[in-house]
Design a protein around this ligand. Structure first.
Ligand code: FMC
Length: 265
């Protein structure tokens, strides 16, 4: 690998064989919330399967079908068994990413979801980002080298042709397990140079890199973190309309992917 043009602390999610010219056959789309999953399930006309892929009793849900020659899987970690809310956050996202890769051997992982955006970095409600780099902002380990491990910066799989073809914004994504943002988080998000903030991306990147599957991230802005509205309120208010925009972007991305090899993205 040519290291001269890559930042040393940012690792590449995967290296794909230069001769891999077969069309992509299987994709896994990881989503955290049912509200994000259902419009896509309808769009691709997917069916919920009997969950024989996953351990007995877990709430994880897989929707599957063939769309434009692609085996499309949407995997959602389901509702918390006790509390009945969506299993958002890094822990559930990591588990379903691992289990889906083991069971389905996908050519590509797409993490689609909502995110907070920073208006100081140009984000607006409804904007769709395809982040180039993802990192954590709430894993603080102030010991040399462990600090970098905590931040866990990783490059998304590079998709120059996809970016050229579609109207998507580029920026960096910062992930943490809280919807709100403390002052300490803010400092880390700033040093991650992030434009968007979510609760799953960097965790999914970690698992995808471990198992050497290319991963990309599609993030739709539901709330402005550096704005004047309380995040939970703004998030819930915009969830339905922004999920519709997310749905449209993911459909365009899947349409673009159909028939292409991973190297043509
Ligand atoms: N901060 C962190 N996460 C989110 C966010 C914000 N301002 N807006 N939307 C999200 C995403 C997270 O990834 C979760 O899946 C969900 O929406 C909020 O619980």
């Amino acid at each position: 690998m040519d290291s001269s043009n890559s930042t040393p602390e940012v690792s590449e999610i995967t290296s794909v064989s230069k001769s891999d010219n077969r069309p992509i056959s299987t994709i896994v789309i990881i989503v955290a919330m049912q509200a994000e999953a259902l419009p896509l399930v309808n769009k691709f006309q997917l069916k919920e399967d009997d969950n024989s892929l996953f351990p007995n009793g877990v709430p994880w849900v897989r929707y599957h079908g063939i769309y434009k020659g692609l085996s499309v899987n949407i995997v959602w970690p389901g509702k918390d068994a006790v509390l009945g809310v969506d299993s958002v956050g890094t822990v559930s996202a990591s588990l379903v990413t691992y289990a889906s890769i083991q069971a389905l051997k996908p050519d590509l992982i797409i993490n689609a979801g909502t995110a907070g955006g920073f208006k100081a970095k140009g984000a607006g409600i409804g904007d769709i980002y395809l982040p180039s780099v993802v990192a954590f902002h709430d894993r603080r380990i102030p010991i040399p080298v462990f600090d970098l491990y905590g931040v866990g910066s990783r490059k998304a799989f590079s998709t120059p042709n996809l970016l050229n073809a579609l109207d998507l914004k580029v920026g960096r994504l910062s992930t943490g397990d809280s919807l709100d943002m403390t002052a300490t988080d803010e400092t880390s998000i700033f040093s991650n140079d992030a434009t968007v903030k979510d609760m799953e991306g960097a965790a999914i990147a970690y698992v995808a890199e471990l198992l050497k599957v290319p991963a990309i991230f599609v993030k739709a802005v539901t709330d402005i973190v550096d704005g004047n509205k309380p995040t939970p309120e703004e998030f819930l208010q915009n969830l339905a309309t922004v999920t519709a925009a997310l749905d449209k972007a993911v459909t365009e991305i899947v349409d673009f992917i159909s028939g292409k090899s991973i190297l043509a993205l």
